[in-house]
Design a protein around this ligand. Sequence first.
Ligand SMILES: NC(=O)c1ccc[n+]([C@@H]2O[C@H](COP(=O)([O-])OP(=O)(O)OC[C@H]3O[C@@H](n4cnc5c(N)ncnc54)[C@H](O)[C@@H]3O)[C@@H](O)[C@H]2O)c1
Length: 368
Amino acid sequence: MHVLVAGGAGYIGSVFVPLLLERGHRVTVVDRLYFGDTLGRARERHGEKLQIARADVRSFDRALLKSVDAVVDLSGISNDPSCELEPDLTNSVNVEGAKRLAVAALEHGVKCYLFSSSCSVYGHGEGLGLTEASVRHPVSLYARAKAEVEDFLFDLGKSRGERRAMTVTCLRLATVFGLSPRMRFDLAINVMTKNAYVHRRIMVDGGGRQWRPFVHVGDVARAFELAMTSEASKVAGEVFNVGSDASNVQILNLAFRVRDAVPGTEVVHAPTDPDLRDYNVAFDKVQRVLGFKAEKSIDDGIREVLGALRDGLVDPEERRHYTLRQYMFLREAERAHRELSIEGTLLTHASHASHAPRASGRQGSREA
Ligand SMILES: NC(=O)c1ccc[n+]([C@@H]2O[C@H](COP(=O)([O-])OP(=O)(O)OC[C@H]3O[C@@H](n4cnc5c(N)ncnc54)[C@H](O)[C@@H]3O)[C@@H](O)[C@H]2O)c1
């Protein structure tokens, strides 16, 4: 298949794209590369089967959708605090951008459309074992945006005639963990493991009694590929929670598990209000309908991240590993550029830089 992955250079994308290539698919990535060019290895290995367009989902060249069989949307601002930073931007990218991408895919005859939603749409869930049919209670801008896009996509999937039909599927991901070329140390398991390793201290926010489900990044990549290659009758108009029942844990319990993996670590309660996000999710549908089973446990993930930190394979101080920090940096850089640049540059002198070689050439001819 030819798959267009929006946000394909992100934490999930940079694991998912190599998996697609290994399985023989052709891939076009559309990504602003906010976290760097994380697909260098994949490009080396798979060369012409991978095209990377550094572009915005809101404005990319629609010709990239030509001959595309499936679109997977992993793009957008990917956590609560980064979304709160600039609500208008969040709406523009996570809601309007996502909707426009789906409409463009439909208009270009794409057959299969997958959206990366989140179990955070359950928000303050009532009871344990929330299913895809449970009422959503999104409690953050990020989660409300996910819910709005889900609704739009299902209407889009239904509203068009048979001839142009596009199979639309939403995967509601549990909170992801594990290593990726675009590492994220702002996700609970990763950050707790990092803090235990670096500071021997884990801070628990919001009381710690709140439930949260987790899933390994490699398992998420497999789930997307599975949904993409499944019969349309199984996935059309469907939502799937992606994770495993066994990986629903209370945050305090998670902290204790990480503490046990890193001797000498203390667990401290942050003086914060109770976390409103509290959801314990059922994952039997994805297993029953698609045959998906998570392969990696929470403890596997803790070991994996800890091993990489111990071996020096991942830098815990790197700004790009922290989503909010990177967006704040980009925002500041954009502001500085807007206020201080002359002819598009900050430190170099644009006309001087572009004329420099010719100037020396002229001087040479004078000397002759
Ligand atoms: N990681 C999780 O725990 C998790 C859980 C549930 C849902 N999700 C969703 O899965 C998707 C991928 O998450 P991730 O963890 O890989 O996040 P990420 O931040 O690592 O990746 C998002 C990618 O989108 C790109 N991007 C942002 N704005 C863009 C724009 N306007 N145009 C083009 N590209 C743009 C970024 O450069 C980045 O590479 C997101 O939609 C996220 O909300 C993630």
